[in-house]
Design a binder for this molecule. Structure first.
Ligand SMILES: [Zn+2]
Length: 147
């Protein structure tokens, strides 16, 4: 909440989205960035990179104990909604009631730039409505979208 002091952007900021589309049916967040790049974020990838303190702590503990990050205790966690937070982030709500993750656009952009698993350029999924992302299918994440 302290991340408000930011200099006014003089030029095009690549971390500024011009389009945000949370597709709950496909469980993806589509973002078109100011520089023209288009990204698709799988819901599970967002959850895995959730920046809230609780999830960060959980990930650190998992990393320390070498336990798998995915705690699939029955049923995947799905995105149930979201809303923009100011002009700098988007807040995602999850089916397990989790809603404290606020995804700063710079975080989203960095995930895309790093090609983090679960993110992909939009072109690869633009035609297949309801189909899972073509990439990132190597991990059995259990994210097959329902028909
Ligand atoms: Zn979280």
């Amino acid at each position: 909440m302290a991340d408000v002091a930011r200099p006014a952007t003089a030029g095009p900021d690549p971390a500024r989205p011009v389009s945000l589309d949370l597709d709950l049916r496909s469980q993806v967040l589509r973002v078109v960035w100011a520089d023209g790049a288009a990204a698709v974020y799988a819901g599970w990838a967002l959850r895995r990179n959730c920046p809230c303190a609780g999830c960060r702590t959980a990930r650190e503990q998992h990393a320390r104990t070498l336990l798998p990050v995915l705690r699939s205790g029955g049923g995947e966690v799905r995105m149930t909604g979201g809303r923009p937070v100011g002009r700098y982030a988007v807040q995602v709500h999850w089916s397990d009631g989790h809603d404290t993750g606020i995804f700063d656009f710079r975080l989203l952009r960095s995930l895309y730039d790093a090609r983090v698993e679960g993110t992909a350029p939009a072109e690869s999924t633009a035609t297949a409505e309801g189909a899972g992302p073509a990439r990132g299918g190597t991990r059995p994440a259990g994210t097959t979208p329902g028909a």
